[in-house]
Design a protein around this ligand. Structure first.
Ligand SMILES: NC(=O)C1=CN([C@@H]2O[C@H](COP(=O)(O)OP(=O)(O)OC[C@H]3O[C@@H](n4cnc5c(N)ncnc54)[C@H](OP(=O)(O)O)[C@@H]3O)[C@@H](O)[C@H]2O)C=CC1
Ligand SMILES: CC(C)(CO)C(=O)C(=O)O
Length: 314
């Protein structure tokens, strides 16, 4: 189905998920359940489990095994109307280069990633391919091979793109409330600020947010981090939502027991996205001639922990 030929949503979207981890498996599962042909492209251990037993989707109310096509080959994006691009921000260029030779001209790439510049980085690799950033409001994790757990939310806000309304309509019907908005960059920055404030502190202490904000000095440090981020965003021409401070504060209130994804990556000896979180703010600050010492310190401390963790793995 060529999206370019349609002004309304085709009844079936052919979907490929590049990087079938927790986010890709969750959204892929909902689309497959709604009858869209979905192919998960991911690591062999997960893909083998899915092809043998189906994709296990466990939510607060359901525990399903869904039949979904799988591949370990990037070439499986061939023929897709939409690619959900769901690798970590550390893998953006490498994964984009792998799918590039196999994409049809009309294939819409949706970046379902944290960080604010993945869409630009994708465009640098993919050239004229339609690419749109999405803000992903969900909490998911892989609980084992081919087993995704959903802990809450599940909405997407996508940047305007040629068939954005058609895609949003199909996704919403499939149980993924999706809006098209020209405020995606500002929303991605709001999320980035949340990540800059919480992720590294949670990773360095291996403690959840509720514990962190109760420690002496931490709320003031968090304010310093957020203030640096806001200064950089404004100098970069981003008009932040008026909700930023409340959104930052709400995380500790609504997820007091949660460890950040950076904390989880470090604990599992996996590379973190720190260079695309606090590290991104540091790079933009440098380019704009602004100081960002709190973000720089957090980036470097997490990098050091990452080196220590990788040595322990050897
Ligand atoms: N989890 C969550 O609740 C949320 C996550 N996000 C963001 O969404 C993005 C994805 O996160 P998440 O799903 O949790 O991450 P995961 O690590 O669970 O998923 C990414 C998957 O892609 C695989 N992968 C990487 N490169 C390739 C490749 N070239 N070919 C095939 N598979 C590949 C990874 O394998 P391997 O690990 O072996 O490299 C991994 O299994 C991140 O930017 C994250 O910050 C945003 C909101 C919420
Ligand atoms: C919102 C937050 C901070 C939730 O844990 C997150 O996005 C992350 O852990 O990366």
């Amino acid at each position: 189905m060529n999206l370019a030929d349609h002004t309304t949503a085709p009844s079936r979207l052919s979907v490929a998920v590049m990087g079938a981890g927790s986010v890709g498996c969750y959204f892929g599962a909902l689309l497959a359940r709604a009858g869209h042909p979905v192919t998960l492209i991911g690591r062999a251990s997960h893909m083998q489990a899915v092809s043998q037993h189906g994709l296990r989707l466990q939510t607060a109310t359901e525990d399903l095994h869904l039949p979904v096509a799988t591949s370990t080959e990037p070439g499986a994006v061939a023929g897709a109307d939409v690619v959900l691009f769901c690798v970590k921000s550390t893998d953006t260029e490498a994964a984009a280069a792998q799918i590039k030779p196999h994409l049809a001209a009309h294939t819409q790439i949706l970046s379902l990633q944290n960080g604010v510049d993945n869409d630009q980085r994708l465009r640098q690799v993919l050239g004229r391919q339609p690419v749109a950033a999405a803000v992903v409001y969900v909490a998911t994790a892989m609980a084992g091979p081919g087993h995704v757990r959903h802990f809450g939310r599940g909405e997407l806000v996508i940047a305007p793109c040629p068939q954005g309304d058609a895609i949003a309509g199909q996704f919403s019907t499939a149980g993924i409330p999706t809006q098209v908005s020209d405020g995606v960059l500002a929303a991605l920055w709001q999320k980035l600020i949340i990540n800059c404030v919480y992720n590294a502190l949670s990773a360095l202490t291996q403690q959840p947010y509720g514990w962190l904000v109760a420690q002496q000095g931490i709320p003031a440090v968090m304010q310093d981090i957020a203030a640096e981020c806001k200064t950089v965003a404004m100098a970069d021409g981003v008009i932040l939502p008026s909700t930023v401070d409340e959104a930052v504060a709400a995380i500790a209130r609504t997820m007091p027991g949660q460890l950040s994804s950076t904390a989880q990556d470090l604990a599992r000896g996996k590379p973190t996205e720190i260079d695309h979180l606090n590290g991104y703010v540091v790079r933009r600050a440098q380019a704009l001639g602004i100081a960002a010492p709190a973000n720089r310190l957090l980036q470097v401390l997490v990098q050091l922990k990452q080196i220590q963790a990788s040595k322990q793995e050897l």
